[in-house]
Ligand binder design. Structure first.
Ligand code: OSB
Ligand code: MG
Length: 368
C-alpha cells in the first residue's frame, strides 16, 4: 500500500454517567482518532490515551504530538506499507505505545479492507460473539452502587467488575454478594491504589470468591505482586504492568499474576496483543480483553480480539450504551449478554459522518 496521508481528529464524547476510578473521575471522553489514507483505502485507529497522564504516562495531547512529530513521518518514509512494517518503523521511538497502536490499527484496517478480510478472520477469532462484562465505577454510596449493578445485571451483563480503592473495597464487594448472591461472576480493579503493606486488607476480599483482583499495586511493582499473590487467595490479574509480550512472560515467570488483562492500546497494538494472548495460552493463563471507554471503532477491534480462543473470561467489552448515548458508529448492543464480532472487512464498522462531525473539536492533516 502507498500512504497518502494521516488525519488526526480530536473528538469529545459525553459519558452517560460519570466514571470514577481510583485515579480520576471522567465525565467526557476526549479521544484522538487516527485516519490513514492510502491510494485505495482508508482505515481508522482509536487512540486510547486519556486526557491526563493518570492511568499511565501517556495522554492525548502527547499522543497527537508524537504522532505528528515522529511516528507519522517515520511511516511516510517507508516506500511501501503493510501492517507488519509499522512497529519496526516506529521502534526507534521509545514508549508511546497507545499512539503507536492507533497508527498501526489504522494501517491494519486499511490493509484488511484492501484484502477483503475482517479483523476477526485475520486475528484468528474462533467465536462469533463474545460475552460482555461491565466495569462499574466507584460510587458515592453502597445503595447507589447496588442500583447500578442491578441495572447492569438486568441488561444481561455476564460479569461485574467493581472499581476499588482504599476505603471502598470490602464493603462494596460484601454488599454486592449479599444482594446478588455468590453466583454472579465478580472481580475488582484497583488501578494501582494499594501497596504491599495493604496485603492484609486485600486478603479480606478472599471470602467473597472473586474471579481476580486487577492491578492492586504500582505498575512497576512486579515483585510486590508476586509477594502479594502468596499472601491472598484471590488470583492476581495485571493490567497497567503488562506493556508487551516480554513483560507478560516476565510477570508470569515471577508468579506476579495468574490472569492477564489485554488492552491493545497499552501494549502497542493488535499484533503485540495477539503475542500476549499466545504467551498466556502457552502458559495456560487465561486472558480477557480490557477496555478504555472506546467508541464503536475501538470496540469493534477489541471484540474481534476477544473472540480468540485464549480469551476465556468475559471482557470489559460492554455495549455502546454503557458509555455513550450516541456512538459515532452503529452501536454495539447486548444480545443475551454478548456482543457480535463484526464480519465486514477491516474493523467492519465505520463512523457515521454526521455524528462524527458533531463531536469533532479539531482535525489536522499530515500529508506524506
Ligand atoms: O483499568 O481497566 C481499567 C477505563 C479507563 C481506564 C482504565 C480502565 C478502565 C475501565 C473501564 O475499567 C473499561 C471499559 O469499560 O472500557
Ligand atoms: Mg484495569
Amino acid at each position: 500500500m502507498k500512504l497518502v496521508g494521516v488525519e488526526l481528529r480530536r473528538i469529545a464524547m459525553p459519558l452517560v454517567a460519570p466514571f470514577r476510578t481510583s485515579f480520576a473521575t471522567m465525565t467526557t471522553r476526549e479521544i484522538l482518532l487516527v485516519r490513514v489514507e492510502t491510494e485505495d483505502h482508508e482505515g481508522y485507529g482509536e487512540c486510547v490515551t486519556m486526557a491526563d497522564p493518570l492511568y499511565s504516562s501517556e495522554y492525548t495531547a502527547a499522543a497527537a504530538d508524537v504522532l505528528r512529530s515522529y511516528l507519522v513521518p517515520a511511516l511516510a518514509a517507508l516506500p511501501d506499507l503493510d501492517p507488519w512494517a509499522v512497529a519496526p518503523a516506529l521502534a526507534a521511538f521509545k514508549g508511546h505505545r497507545m499512539a503507536k497502536a492507533a497508527l498501526e490499527t489504522a494501517v491494519l484496517d486499511a490493509w484488511l479492507r484492501s484484502h477483503d478480510l475482517s479483523m476477526g478472520q485475520w486475528l484468528g477469532a474462533t467465536a462469533e460473539r463474545v460475552p460482555a462484562g461491565v466495569s462499574v465505577g466507584i460510587m458515592d454510596s453502597v445503595p447507589a452502587l447496588l442500583d447500578a449493578v442491578d441495572g447492569y445485571l438486568s441488561e444481561g451483563y455476564l460479569r461485574i467488575k467493581l472499581k476499588i480503592e482504599p476505603g471502598w473495597d470490602v464493603a462494596p464487594v460484601r454488599a454486592v454478594r449479599e444482594r446478588f448472591g455468590d453466583d454472579v461472576p465478580l472481580q475488582v480493579d484497583a488501578n494501582t491504589a494499594y501497596t504491599l503493606a495493604d496485603a492484609a486488607q486485600l486478603a479480606r476480599l478472599d471470602p467473597y470468591g472473586l474471579l481476580l483482583i486487577e492491578q492492586p499495586l504500582d505498575e512497576e511493582d512486579i515483585r510486590g505482586h508476586a509477594e502479594l499473590a502468596r499472601q491472598v487467595r484471590t488470583p492476581i490479574c495485571l493490567d497497567e504492568s503488562i506493556v508487551s509480550a516480554r513483560s507478560a512472560a516476565d510477570a508470569l515467570a515471577m508468579g506476579a499474576c495468574s490472569v492477564v488483562n489485554i488492552k491493545p492500546g497499552r501494549v502497542g497494538g493488535y499484533l503485540e496483543a495477539r503475542r500476549i494472548h499466545d504467551v498466556c495460552a502457552a502458559n495456560g493463563v487465561p486472558v480477557w480483553c480490557g477496555g478504555m471507554l472506546e467508541t464503536g471503532l475501538g470496540r469493534a477491534a477489541n471484540v474481534a480480539l476477544a473472540a480468540l480462543p485464549g480469551f476465556t473470561l468475559p471482557g470489559d467489552t460492554s455495549a455502546s450504551g454503557r458509555y455513550y448515548r450516541t456512538d459515532i458508529t452503529e452501536p454495539f448492543v447486548l444480545r443475551d449478554g454478548h456482543l457480535d464480532v463484526p464480519r465486514g472487512p477491516g474493523l467492519g464498522i465505520s463512523p457515521a459522518p454526521g455524528q462524527l462531525a458533531e463531536v469533532t473539536r479539531s482535525t489536522e492533516w499530515i500529508g506524506r
